[in-house]
Design a protein around this ligand. Structure first.
Ligand code: PMP
Length: 428
């Protein structure tokens, strides 16, 4: 079993909601232990403060001559630069602000060149599994080691016609097992076969530095609400060529450079060839600004320190769960896999939804239960057809029925030691 340190190496970063108390069915109340970071992490206090300081001054972006409009435009465009630095973008890369990871990947899917062949592991979150369905897609079987993932991709790519365009889409860290995927090796395999690669960093970016240069990926997508910023904004960053020539994702103001009536009565449009091409409509300046603020806060805290802290949290949860014989932790790559603070498990004899509900009602702990928008992966991990009546939410099951979905506990930079210690005690 894993040796666990006495306590973590540093203080958690201050986040919203850390003093919120919730009632317990057993009487009294307790501070809420938010252990569902993989769904949405609490916003950093620092991000909230930055937004509050800016809020009185916000104005229209890109359109106004007034002082506050110019201030907002500067903040929006500076946010783009901050995100580009955070992701260690190459000079030719573009940062497009979107609504979320789901939106970013759908935008890229809409910008694929004709006849693009897409390769995606069946283990992906639905946001990275499903947007490509209009293209030709090869679904790859779940690998059981990181090396097998690379070998599986190489085998599939070797069969393709290297003259045509191809895209690989892969997650950096699983939203179910927390396991890290061999992104650099997969990128090398993709490029060796003339394919491009997009990284779904929704679960990776909050926990580890993501460098487009170092990983040598063509695009990266992530969501603000998992990166300690509030809801409503995300990012697609990377190569501009496919995006520059694609039809705009949304047609409207801001995406167009020039619009004119033709002599035959129709309308001609010249679209921008910058990020603005895919950002039609009034932009979410607060969303972009809050993402930039979170990027700065995480960089200042330092990923080395954040990773070291998270190691204590991961070890505590894994060692605690290992002491409960009825618990089975779900894993593709096994005990030695590198992982982030996302751990899913089932408890023999328990319905996962009831178990999660009891953690909330009796201990004030918020976890997630269900299939985590990754049905094929859950099927592989559970070795049977999971119950599903809701795509991402908790499926219904009769009282006492054997659980065929799972429980997920997830945490990060704002998690105090006490939350994971309370969780382990509650499970025991
Ligand atoms: N990819 C992964 C790996 C995720 O965990 C999630 C969110 N659970 C998404 C994509 C989609 O993110 P969003 O809901 O913010 O679009």
């Amino acid at each position: 079993s894993t040796a666990v340190a006495e306590q973590s190496v540093a203080e958690p970063l201050p986040v919203l909601g850390r003093d919120v108390t919730v009632p317990l069915v057993t009487g009294g109340e307790v501070t809420y232990a938010a252990l569902d970071y993989a769904a949405s992490a609490p916003a950093l206090q620092r991000v909230w403060d930055d937004v509050a300081a800016y809020a009185p001054y916000y104005g229209s972006v890109h359109r106004g001559a007034g002082y506050l409009s110019q201030l907002s435009t500067d903040l929006f465009e500076n946010a783009r630069k901050t995100v580009a630095e955070f992701l260690d973008c190459r000079d030719e890369d573009q940062v497009v602000f979107t609504r979320s990871t789901t939106d970013s990947l759908n935008l890229l899917a809409a910008a694929l060149p004709a006849d693009c062949q897409v390769y995606v592991f069946e283990t992906e979150h639905h946001a990275s599994l499903l947007p490509w369905r209009e293209a030709r897609v090869t679904y790859l079987d779940a690998p059981r080691t990181p090396a097998q993932a690379v070998a599986t991709l190489e085998r599939a790519l070797a069969e393709r016609d290297p003259a045509g365009p191809a895209l690989v889409c892969v997650t950096g860290a699983s939203n179910v097992t927390g396991e890290l995927w061999p992104v650099r090796e997969l990128a090398a395999a993709a490029h060796a076969h003339g394919a491009r690669i997009v990284l779904d960093a929704a679960q990776l970016a909050p926990h580890h530095p993501v460098s487009l240069r170092e990983l040598d990926v063509d695009w990266v997508a992530f969501s603000g609400h998992k990166l300690y910023a509030p809801f409503g904004a995300g990012v697609l960053a990377g190569r501009s060529d496919w995006l520059r020539t694609a039809e705009p994702y949304l047609a409207g103001g801001g995406a167009s450079r020039k619009v004119s009536r033709r002599s035959d009565g129709g309308v001609d449009v010249e679209w921008h060839d910058t990020a603005a091409r895919h950002e039609a409509g009034s932009p979410n300046v607060i969303g972009a600004y809050s993402i930039a603020s979170a990027c700065k806060a995480l960089t200042e805290a330092g990923f080395d320190a954040l990773v070291a802290r998270e190691r204590y949290l991961i070890d505590t949860v894994r060692a605690g769960l290992a002491e409960v014989p009825e618990v089975r932790v779900l894993s593709l790559f096994g005990d030695d896999a590198a992982r982030v603070g996302v751990i899913s498990f089932v408890v023999e004899g328990w319905n996962s939804s009831h178990f999660a509900a009891a953690l909330s009602a009796e201990y004030g702990i918020g976890v997630r239960d269900g299939l985590f928008c990754a049905h094929p992966l859950l099927r592989t991990l559970l070795g049977s057809d999971p119950q599903s009546q809701g795509e991402c939410g908790a499926p219904e099951a009769a009282p006492g029925e054997k659980s065929l979905n799972a429980i997920r506990v997830s945490f990060g930079a704002g998690t105090p030691d006490e939350h994971v210690e309370r969780f382990v005690g509650a499970v025991k």
